[in-house]
Design a protein around this ligand. Structure first.
Ligand code: FE
Length: 285
């Protein structure tokens, strides 16, 4: 799931009809049709095969540990039993994109907000809003990893301390370039951990193999200044060393960072700075 990226001023004042005060809704698992379960199975099978030597091992371990299989859209209750036991996280359903303060509040309380609808068979590779496949297959396996789980909670806490202004844009970029589109080093190769990549068939190939995008060593301030595209594959990715390293580099008082970045112009996508450490695409196999 993602937060409302912009146009926050036009959002409704409270949760939609039928949602709880915290915007959650029941998953209503029994209402999924066989065709909808079949779409999950198709996407799941295709991505799991694609990701065997592309995803960070912790992602594949999470899929295993949570018992995720191509046996229909998971029931959140079942998923939560395992997830809560492992890291104290749970998945909750929401009606769609939620206002950022709602999003941050849930993360800070180890609740991951997920869409409950699934894309149509005609839209297997194109999504306007995050669906249950992106949210659950893409995001949830890594929440079973204790270090990653703590990063996500800390991110929610940082967001909850925010008020408004450019700091929100900067913090949203951090989420975008780590949680959604992050790459991670694994020896002399790169692997994927961002949910936006693991849930996309095309981008899970492009992000590692294509000579086109820049793959830049993660730097907190550089990442928080870099614009992003929402309408195409990314033109730059950021590469972390490990989840431990990501936690270390983001264990800062963000107020100091916002202050330092105040008034600095954003960095356009696909810009190469002299200070960037660049990574080559993975060698052919
Ligand atoms: Fe997402």
């Amino acid at each position: 799931m993602d937060m409302v990226p912009n146009n926050a001023h036009i959002r409704p004042p409270g949760p939609p009809v039928g949602a709880a005060a915290d915007w959650t809704i029941p998953q209503r698992w029994a209402q999924y049709t066989p065709a909808e379960h079949a779409i999950w199975n198709r996407l799941f099978t295709r991505q799991l095969a694609q990701l065997q030597d592309r995803a960070v091992p912790a992602f594949l371990a999470g899929v295993q540990a949570l018992g995720m299989k191509p046996t229909g859209i998971p029931r959140f209750e079942d998923l939560n039993e395992a997830l809560d036991r492992l890291t104290g996280w749970t998945v909750v359903a929401v009606p769609g994109l939620v206002p950022e303060e709602v999003f941050f509040h849930h993360l800070a309380h180890r609740q991951f907000v997920a869409g409950r609808f699934i894309r149509s068979a005609a839209q297997l590779d194109y999504l306007e809003e995050p669906d249950v496949f992106h949210d659950v297959f893409g995001h949830v396996p890594l929440l079973a990893d204790p270090v990653y789980a703590s990063y996500m909670q800390a991110y929610g806490e940082a967001g909850s301390r925010l008020h408004a202004g450019s700091a929100l844009t900067e913090l949203a970029r951090l989420y975008w370039y780590t949680v959604e589109f992050g790459l991670i080093r694994d020896g002399d190769r790169l692997r994927i951990f961002g949910a936006g990549i693991v849930s996309s068939n095309g981008e899970s190939e492009y992000a590692l193999d294509s000579p086109e995008p820049l793959r830049i060593g993660f730097d907190l301030k550089r990442t928080m200044l870099t614009d992003y595209r929402i309408d195409s594959f990314q033109k730059n990715y950021f590469v972390i060393d490990s989840f431990e390293d990501l936690v270390r580099r983001t264990s800062v008082d963000f107020r100091d960072i916002y202050k330092e970045l105040e008034g600095i112009a954003p960095i356009p996508v696909a810009t190469r700075l002299p200070t960037d450490i660049l990574f080559a695409p993975n060698p052919g196999r």
